[in-house]
Design a protein around this ligand. Structure first.
Ligand SMILES: CC(C)(COP(=O)(O)OP(=O)(O)OC[C@H]1O[C@@H](n2cnc3c(N)ncnc32)[C@H](O)[C@@H]1OP(=O)(O)O)[C@@H](O)C(=O)NCCC(=O)NCCS
Length: 187
């Protein structure tokens, strides 16, 4: 497969970031609907810095939060992929699966499709034993993706250390997918 392309799914290409992704990524990060479950939308500088971090981590590790691009027209949809969280999370060390798509790309199954490919990459190529995902309690769309992937919610959630105490977004749920459960699902 091409240097920058990690893998393809039926409708998507998951790849390394390019400079041309910065503008649509900034638009997505400035959209209040997309950023509803984050403390605040991102400024252009914050968005560019996040794209740079994603790009550097993929360059260093060979994997990360990849750009999800639609094969049919090359459109930038957002990111989906794997990441080692840097925050001091109570269940660290771990590898999380995460996603953030532009509003126009919701409701088409793209996040779940890309995430299935990312799970196969994580369990298959990286040989991970477990992949986790987490989000603030009210983020129903993100939780629905986790459930479609066969992830199971831990009985006890956690307070995200990067969100200020008493902030309504601080309580999080944690979903886990052990390698054996992924294999048993026949994915
Ligand atoms: C979380 C997020 C990626 C989920 O996106 P999504 O579009 O709801 O999820 P999917 O891509 O899996 O699409 C599923 C929907 O597409 C529909 N769909 C349409 N065509 C489909 C197809 N061909 N195949 C599968 N599903 C399809 C499904 O029925 C489902 O619809 P529903 O939500 O009405 O039940 C998106 O809401 C987002 O980017 N949110 C902002 C960022 C964020 O909160 N990230 C998570 C932080 S932890």
């Amino acid at each position: 497969m091409d240097a920058g392309i990690a893998f393809e799914t039926e409708r998507l290409r998951l790849r390394q970031w390019r400079e041309a992704d910065d503008a649509p990524f900034a638009a997505l990060n400035a959209d209040a609907a997309v950023m509803r479950y984050f403390p605040a939308p991102l400024t252009r500088a914050e968005s560019d810095a996040m794209a740079d971090r994603c790009r550097s981590l993929i360059a260093a590790e060979g994997w990360g939060f990849w750009v999800a691009e639609r094969k049919a027209d090359g459109a930038f949809l957002g990111f989906v992929g794997l990441h080692k969280p840097s925050a001091a999370l109570p269940f660290a060390p771990c590898v999380e699966i995460g996603w953030r798509l532009a509003r126009h790309a919701w409701g088409s199954g793209y996040a779940t499709e890309a995430a299935r490919g990312a799970l196969a990459y994580g369990f298959g190529r990286l040989g991970l034993d477990e992949i986790v995902s987490f989000t603030t309690l009210a983020n129903a769309r993100s939780r629905a993706v986790m459930e479609r992937l066969g992830m199971r919610e831990d009985a006890v959630g956690f307070e995200h250390p990067a969100v200020p105490p008493c902030h309504p977004l601080r309580p999080h749920c944690l979903y886990r997918l052990p390698r054996a459960a992924w294999q048993a699902s026949g994915a």
